[in-house]
Design a protein around this ligand. Sequence first.
Ligand code: FE2
Ligand code: FE2
Length: 340
Amino acid sequence: MAREKIAHTMDLPPAQVAPNVFPLDWRAATKRMEEIWDASQREYWDPKKLPWDTFDASRYTWEEREAIAYWWSVLSVFDASAPPVFAAALIKTYEAHEEDPVRRCFFSVTRDEQNHEQMCGLAITKLLEAPSYLQYEPKTDVGRKAKRNVEWLYYNGARYWEGYKTAVPKYSLAVLFSSFLMGEIAAATIFHQMAEHCTEPVFKEAFRSIGRDEGRHMAICMTLMERDYPKMDVSDKSLITKQIRAGFLFLSGVLFEPPVEFWDIPADFIANQRAIEEVARNAGFYIPEYEPKKENWKNAMLNLKAVLDKYGIPFPAIPEVGITGQEVRDVDLEDIIPVF
Ligand SMILES: [Fe+2]
Ligand SMILES: [Fe+2]
């Protein structure tokens, strides 16, 4: 049915109110956000332009190549889902008529995460001479174990998209940011550590760039929290507590070890992962061992806790890394909105 015409009945059309597809204004109230956007323009990098000419995969044994490609594959389970995840958040900033610099910052995160995904792809393709582990025919026992683990991580990771899509329109940006932030804090730390210890120039530089990107993403989340949390609804606070617990469980998959009560993985998954990581580590590809990983993850949680404490948001108990707090039970993959 054709829409009834109204222009002949009034001088000006009715005002367009959010949520609708886009704001027609370039309001800028948060100065810090403009600075972060400028930094993202300055610090932009192209994965293809890294010093790939210095990289010779045949310098490594097949076991080592399979082990290093495994780590990039684990990362890609998170980073290859980040572009659509942030693209959805970007659309939300338009629908919600966010300020202009906030829209641009979300655009920059989407673009950065696409870069991270490209980097995973370049590393995996060169190491395996195949477009992914899923299409790769393993050459050693390390590769066979790695491929099976990757298939299980992919199965688990793929399950959260439906939940995310329903969460985005349901929650305010303030709630969405809480789970984004946790991923960014931990990611910024781990990439800086890996950049510091990695011996392969092309990977070292990639980690440095990715770590810098994640640092900016963290700043974007923090800036929005500072803007929105003081006026936040009380009902949102308990939701955030639950989100943090869910985010911990989800992101442990890449930043720590996947907790088995949440991740649906075979009994030998973790033992195999530890063995694979050992091979990569011995080849000069630094992956923190169990204790340093735990320490890093714990520090990220404590940093986040300090932020939430300021706004009176209860922190969940995270016994896995020795943090006491509010008990959160029955976290489901369907409930989570964290990204990397
Ligand atoms: Fe990322
Ligand atoms: Fe990020």
